[in-house]
Design a protein around this ligand. Sequence first.
Ligand SMILES: [Zn+2]
Length: 108
Amino acid sequence: MILNPNIEQRMQDRIDKCGECWLWTGNVNDKGYGYVVNNGKRERVHRVAYVLVYGPIPKGLLVEHSCRVRNCVRPTHLRLATNWLLKAERTAKTKPAANSPWSKDFYK
Ligand SMILES: [Zn+2]
């Protein structure tokens, strides 16, 4: 993603920094992700924020919100991830059944 020189200024005007998360007040898509037009192309704004602060996103990686707030653009809430990692984390958060050897109750 090559950033347009004016994109940083355009973004600054559309960020609400009142809370822990920096919320995007510009356009949001149907999934709740903010977007901006960069060089004629719609880009998810959290990806643009990531590139502005940390540099290019390595091929095959996603930019994910550690805060789970989809329209947050605070750079410290953004991290690189893979689909595989996100799936594994989601699975880990699911509580295992009580009779599963992965459950704490299994060893009582
Ligand atoms: Zn956040």
